[in-house]
Write a protein that binds this ligand. Structure first.
Ligand code: SAH
Ligand code: SF4
Ligand code: F3S
Length: 438
């Protein structure tokens, strides 16, 4: 029984890492299984970004302990949490049944650690504290045939005061353009239509490594690769979003007209405490520039509610920006203190009810705006990249527009095909329609 099951927490970078781990296991002769009960190897790829991610992992690990007693499977844990010393110490003390443990900087060592565990019968743990160059050429066992993640850089030098990522992913380092372009060409030859370029802060691509090529240069080169239809990227930091990038987005036909630009807070005072290095005025001027150059742009964002010291006025500033920009959607989070970050030491003086009330108000306001933005598309024709049957209703197909709206539609377009869809109903978080026959 050579089977594996991977559980992935966190962001797309972790998803991409899990695809690489799946490839390594496939190369070793293991097959994927949907059910952890029938897995010989269980991999848990963790995320540290908020406390509930930690809690979910430890809860699940406790459950897996019992499952391991029944099935005898091996348990491997990896990902961002393993870059935190206190987490590794906790696993060694309270979860000694974990067989293999490694971090974000040495995922390529997984096969070696696994065979070490199998040969010796003893747990194999290895974490590197700082990352070197990003490993090239591991390949990925992709979850989707029509779209692929391509990690172009890793790590972060920004140290936003609330964020654990610079500690778990290390300093910023970028892959050389040649390796990235080669990978994307191979993916295009393999029929992949949409490339999602990943990095914690793609706008500073190559800067820390002293590359001549900037992120806009890279986008232009990828845009010239034949066969692909769409290029997406995330995440952009407002302090580094350049006029050149806006220009490249406008000029490159395959680059999707969608920008995810995390706001975090609308209050300049809180932004400064967050160490974001931009203020409300700068953020709004960027939005103005991009809307002027690319009127059809889809805008999404991340917002944190309840940062230490956030006053009612600060929160109102966030609401004001949300109402001014009118994002198509927003990922909203309640501040979660992360051990080792600066903000974890700030005085945390807000009560849960206040935070919850603000959070709800923000959600409701954003929901109305999302609904209104979508309603403007009623009876319009949009082009989608089909992604296969809809998760909520398998009689319909699902797809995304260039500006990242989800469209559930009646039609025949298969995953990976482009389809023209007439929008017949609109909701806050998706659109409905009927495919137009040519
Ligand atoms: N590199 C990206 C993503 C970072 S994590 C960026 O800079 O935007 C994704 C989102 O999680 C962040 O944008 C932020 O909104 C949220 N987040 C990060 N740390 C958090 C914390 N300690 N508490 C609550 N939300 C947090
Ligand atoms: Fe975290 Fe800030 Fe870096 Fe994003 S830019 S990963 S929020 S430190
Ligand atoms: Fe989580 Fe690590 Fe991504 S902390 S959000 S999995 S970079």
């Amino acid at each position: 029984m050579r089977t594996y099951h991977i559980i992935t927490y966190g962001c797309q970078m972790n998803e991409n890492d899990s695809e690489k781990l799946a490839k390594m296991l496939t190369d070793l002769g293991y097959e994927a299984t949907q059910d952890p009960r029938s897995a010989a190897i269980l991999v848990m790829n963790t995320c540290s970004v908020r406390e509930n991610a930690d809690d979910k992992f430890f809860g699940n690990l406790g459950y897996m302990k019992n499952l391991k007693k029944e099935t005898g499977m091996l348990i491997a844990v990896c990902g961002c949490m393993m870059q935190q010393e206190h987490i590794v110490a906790k696993i060694m003390k309270n979860y000694p049944f974990v067989d293999v443990l490694f971090g974000t900087h040495n995922i390529e060592e997984f096969p070696a650690l696994l065979s070490q565990r199998l040969a010796s019968g003893k747990a194999a743990y290895k974490v590197k504290t700082e990352g070197g160059a990003i490993a090239e050429g591991i390949g990925a066992k992709r979850r989707y045939a029509y779209k692929a993640y391509v990690t172009i850089m890793q790590g972060c030098n920004n140290f936003c005061s609330y964020c654990i990522v610079p500690y778990t992913r290390g300093r910023e380092r970028s892959r050389k353009a040649t390796g990235i372009l080669q990978e994307i060409k191979a993916l295009a030859d393999d029929g992949v239509k949409e490339m999602m370029l990943l990095g914690q802060n793609v706008n500073s691509y190559g800067i820390a490594d002293g590359f001549k090529e900037t992120f806009p240069d890279l986008l232009r080169q990828i845009n010239d690769i034949e066969g692909i239809k769409r290029i997406r990227f995330m995440t952009s930091h407002p302090k580094d979003l350049s006029a050149e990038l806006i220009e490249a987005m406008a000029e490159c036909d395959k680059v999707c007209k969608h920008l995810h630009l995390p706001l975090q807070s609308g209050s300049s005072r809180i932004l400064s405490l967050m160490n974001r290095r931009y203020d409300q005025a700068h953020y709004l001027s960027l939005i103005e520039q991009i809307k002027t150059r690319i009127p059809a742009i889809g805008l999404t964002t991340d917002i944190i509610v309840g940062f230490p010291g956030e006053s009612e006025e600060d929160f109102e500033e966030t609401m004001n920006v949300v109402k001014t920009v009118r994002f198509d959607s927003a990922y909203t989070f309640i501040f979660s203190p992360r051990k080792g970050t600066k903000a974890a030491r700030y005085v945390y003086d807000l009560d849960k009810d206040t935070i919850q009330r603000r959070f709800q108000r923000l959600l409701e306001t954003q929901k109305v705006i999302s609904g209104e933005n979508n309603a403007a598309l009623l009876n319009k024709e949009v082009e989608v990249l089909a992604e296969g049957p809809s998760k909520s209703d398998i009689t319909r197909q699902s797809g995304r527009t260039d500006d990242n709206r989800i469209v559930n539609f009646v039609g025949e377009a298969k995953a990976g095909e482009m389809a023209k869809v007439l929008i017949t109903h609109t909701k806050s978080f998706y659109l409905e329609g009927v495919e137009k026959k040519h």
